[in-house]
Ligand binder design. Structure first.
Ligand SMILES: *Cc1c(COP(=O)(O)O)cnc(C)c1O
Length: 406
């Protein structure tokens, strides 16, 4: 029998998209661009066209695409051992714990893979803390969340969502969530009952459109939580690891010591799925062997990659850089005289442009000019480039935005 090994003709953008549409679930609406390589802040598509990335994979690529040190750490570890499961120890996870604890100031770590799993881990931890430490009656624990939150896509997490599309057709929902308006400390106070175990929130709501709470909210909410014996849990999956110009978004206000921090995305520099729930001793100690786990969570490949990704944030001063470049980008954007823009807001390199009309056509035009960004919630353009971006690239991005929006 002979096999015909024909050289398949090069595929075009349209070919790839047609294949994807044919075989895939249609659960996304991407821009019509097929990327096949990337470096730093630049992406290249299959037609050889270059694009400046102003999405950074929803802030997973803070360190820039294919960072050589992170990629090298991955290759080196891949040659040694990739997966042991937690049935045995490996020599990367303890070092990852030590380094992540030093970088975050949190004493204990539970590694997972996706952000969603790390949020689920936090939900399990705070519920169990509620029963075992606070003394909430069985199955009565309540978690307070905010309207317009985004914490992931599992059934339990969408049960805490106020976004109809995230929920429709996926019920029955997990009970135990109370929703308050984002940034409303009086509503938080009023929502707390003796059965409240935790307040879970994003310091800046990314998926909702880069929404910031009123100044003072982080600290005021913290005081309310401490006074009522309610755990203060921050979802820093998007805001964490330098994005807003601080290590964590909540650190824009002083004297806050969260009981739990959830991270993911940039924890691996976008190279591999790595997430973690960071917590105090009191919270983490609710877990006993067999209570919770993940086959891939804490695998040596993930840990080696994350160690390198954290080191890059530190060595390249990406946190200070996000603050500096964010201020620069924001100052330029505020000079834009556009009939289409109703507000510019953000912190560090997490910037939202509110338009008074649908944002998608502008994103399409920007794509044609070589700038990639994505609309969120119809009227908002999110600008969140890798933190390694420089002034020249910001100037260039600004010129494209000006051309399209003025
Ligand atoms: C992306 C994100 C998640 C979910 O992370 P996945 O890795 O997509 O599961 C949760 N919370 C926030 C704030 C996020 O931005």
């Amino acid at each position: 029998m002979t096999q015909v090994l024909s050289e398949s003709p090069a595929k075009s953008t349209a070919d790839y998209i047609a294949l994807e549409d044919h075989y895939g679930a249609h659960n996304y609406h991407p821009l019509d661009i097929v990327i096949n390589s990337a470096s730093g802040v630049w992406l290249t598509d299959v037609e050889g066209k270059r694009y400046l990335d102003c999405l950074a994979a929803y802030s997973a690529v803070n360190q820039g695409h294919c960072h050589p040190r992170i990629v090298q750490a991955m290759i080196d570890q891949a040659h040694r051992v990739t997966l042991t499961s937690r049935a045995f120890h490996n020599d990367q996870m303890p070092l990852f714990y030590e380094e992540l604890s030093a970088a975050s100031g949190m004493p204990r770590i539970l590694p997972m893979n996706s952000g969603t799993e790390a949020v689920e881990t936090a939900i399990k931890a705070v519920r169990k803390w509620g029963y075992h430490v606070k003394g909430i009656p069985a199955n009565q624990a309540e978690i307070i969340v905010c309207s317009n939150n985004f914490h992931g896509r599992s059934i339990t997490i969408i049960s805490s969502s106020t976004e109809q599309q995230y929920r429709d057709g996926f019920g029955p929902y997990t009970p135990g969530f109370t929703v308050i308006p984002f940034g409303d400390v009086e509503a938080l106070k009023a929502a707390i009952t003796p059965n409240t175990c935790a307040f879970l929130f994003e310091p800046i709501q990314g998926e909702a459109g880069i929404l910031l709470p009123p100044d003072g909210f982080y600290r005021a909410a913290y005081e309310v939580c401490k006074a009522q014996n309610v755990l203060y849990i921050v979802d820093e999956i998007q805001t964490g690891l330098g994005r807003t110009g601080k290590m964590f978004g909540y650190q824009h206000e002083a004297d806050i010591f969260p009981d739990g921090i959830i991270i993911g995305k940039a924890l691996s520099g976008g190279v591999y799925p790595v997430s973690a729930f960071l917590a105090t001793d009191e919270v983490m100690d609710v877990f006993r062997p067999g209570d919770h786990g993940s086959t891939f969570g804490g695998n040596p490949l993930a840990c080696a990659v994350a160690r390198a990704a954290l080191q890059v944030i530190q060595d390249e001063n990406l946190i200070e850089r996000a603050a500096e470049m964010g201020d620069y980008f924001m100052a330029r954007l505020q000079t834009l005289q556009s009939p289409h823009i109703s507000a510019v807001r953000g912190r560090g390199l997490m910037i939202g442009l509110d338009l008074n009309k649908p944002a998608r056509p502008f994103c399409e035009q920007l794509k044609e000019r070589g700038l990639l960004c994505k609309e969120t919630h119809k009227h908002i353009i999110r600008l969140a480039p890798p933190l390694v971006i420089g002034r020249d690239d910001i100037d260039w991005a600004f010129e494209q935005l000006r051309a399209v929006l003025q």
